[in-house]
Design a protein around this ligand. Structure first.
Ligand code: SF4
Length: 74
């Protein structure tokens, strides 16, 4: 398991993360910013999630591709 987070106050809604890794990231319908996919969220926090090992690669790729470095995988 890895922890993944999106700093939603930094995100600019460019769409790169959910384009790269739609299993983990999605666009929030209300503000258009990135959030962790609902099924992966921890305690209903839009920007916090737990992911299985098989999703770590794409989550890290999305983190590398984020233009404002809003995604952290640890
Ligand atoms: S790649 Fe970064 S800036 Fe773009 S939507 Fe995702 S979190 Fe936001």
């Amino acid at each position: 398991m890895a922890k993944v987070s999106v700093e939603r106050d930094v995100c600019i809604g460019c769409g790169a993360c959910w384009g790269t890794c739609p299993e983990v990231f999605e666009q929030n319908a209300d503000d258009g910013l990135s959030q962790i996919a609902a099924s992966l969220q921890v305690d209903g926090e839009l920007g916090e999630g737990q992911i299985e090992e098989n999703l770590e690669g794409c989550a890290r790729q999305a983190a590398d591709g984020c233009p404002v470095s809003a995604i952290i995988v640890e």
